[in-house]
Design a protein around this ligand. Structure first.
Ligand code: ZN
Ligand code: ZN
Length: 376
């Protein structure tokens, strides 16, 4: 990589980075720029999006796991949905070159456990095992290792995806979220062309699930939610039908729209305590439900109905099996328009404001992006 004046890019010794102090307290500080090790590169970050996961980590701690415990007051930098440029290669890295523009997957598993070996690196059995005396090499930037609310981050080459040239930085930060949507549909069976999908909850993941399902040929794609503006957006992203559950019972609506049969698949993205029970009534016998949202407390479930109707329920974490690569292809082709869910952009100094917009959905914020460095 060279500068505008043709000089080689010089990586500075220190960088600006946000760190998590007490719960809810983010602080801008200086940190050394990390050095890439074997199979790693240094990424100069352009932009990063806030995710519900970040809000959970900043306010409550888990699923972040730092040195075997909570992430507070450990000089930990959160953030995991980012795009940037490779500025330095670790020893023997030839998969990427300096100057490559990349988006990231969150999880680099340990690479040595049973789950990692099967491509399920988001369910690595050595999650968080990356500290002295317990180092199995696991990384999940923004969860167990330093993330992207900083000028630079180290990433394993297996977590990098080339950012499509025709996709801007703000949109590119959302490719990893589209990867989660892709992984949900993979988990349900993947062969969804011509089959019906109901998506409950028009948050970022729900809306991107609509878009990915549509791009893969699902029909009809039905989106349920409570806010008309979000449902309209869902139509733009590919929903064949939208249902406002304040005006129509969502189960009745799904039955009506599928001639009484129910759908093949439900992706529950609302986190509503009754989401799974409703999902069971929406799928046809033998159907499958994937939970990507979840309630914050235990819920009652009609297990007998699950058993009698041969319904399979899956929980997924993040975006395994290279789902982000496949999602990036759909975004590059313009078949998934992630731009539609990017609502706000802030500068690096305004991370606490960006956090508040994302957490409180100020001005109906969906995806809030922070620009870290200029894309130069
Ligand atoms: Zn996320
Ligand atoms: Zn592992």
């Amino acid at each position: 990589m060279t500068t505008a004046h043709g000089q080689p890019f010089v990586v500075p010794k220190s960088m600006r980075a946000w760190v998590l102090d007490d719960p809810g307290q983010l602080r801008l500080t200086e940190k050394p720029v990390p050095a890439p090790g074997a199979a790693e590169v240094l990424v100069r970050i352009h932009a990063i999006a806030f995710c519900d996961g970040d809000i959970r980590i900043v306010t409550k701690g888990p699923p972040a796991l730092i040195e075997g415990g909570l992430p507070f007051n450990k000089n930990f930098t959160p953030g995991h949905e980012y795009v940037g440029t490779v500025v330095k290669l670790g020893p023997d890295v030839d998969e990427f070159a300096v100057g490559d523009r990349v988006v990231v997957e969150v999880h680099y598993g340990c690479g040595r456990c049973e789950r990692c070996r099967a491509g399920m690196y988001t369910s690595c059995l050595n999650y968080g095992m990356n500290y002295q005396g317990h180092n199995k090499g696991h990384r999940a930037n923004g969860f167990t290792t330093d993330g992207g609310f900083a000028e630079y981050a180290v990433n394993n080459v297996n977590t990098l995806v080339h950012a499509p040239d025709n996709v801007g930085d703000e949109e590119a930060t959302l490719i990893v979220t589209a990867g989660t949507a892709m992984y949900a549909l993979d988990t349900l069976g993947g062969l969804i062309a011509g089959q019906s999908v109901a998506v409950t909850g028009p948050g970022a993941i729900g809306l991107l699930t609509v878009a990915v399902a549509k791009a893969l040929g699902a029909k009809p794609v039905i989106l349920t939610g409570t806010r008309d503006a979000r449902l309209e957006l869902g139509k733009k992203m590919g929903a064949d039908h939208v249902v406002n559950i304040n005006t129509e019972n969502p189960v009745d609506a799904v039955k009506r729209l599928t001639h009484g049969k129910g759908v093949h698949y439900v992706v529950e993205a609302s986190g509503n305590p009754n989401g799974l029970n409703d999902g069971m009534d929406m799928v046809m016998r033998g159907g499958k439900i994937c939970l990507v949202g979840f309630a914050n407390a235990p819920v009652q479930v009609d297990v007998a109905k699950l058993v009698r109707n041969h319904i399979s329920v899956f929980g997924i974490r993040g975006e395994g099996r290279s789902a982000t690569h496949r999602a990036a292809a759909l975004v590059a082709e313009g078949r998934v328009n992630a731009k539609l869910i990017h609502t706000h952009t802030f500068g690096m100094d305004d991370v606490p404001t960006a956090f508040r917009y994302s957490r409180d959905r100020v001005e109906d914020a969906i995806k809030v992006v922070v620009k870290i460095n200029d894309n130069k």
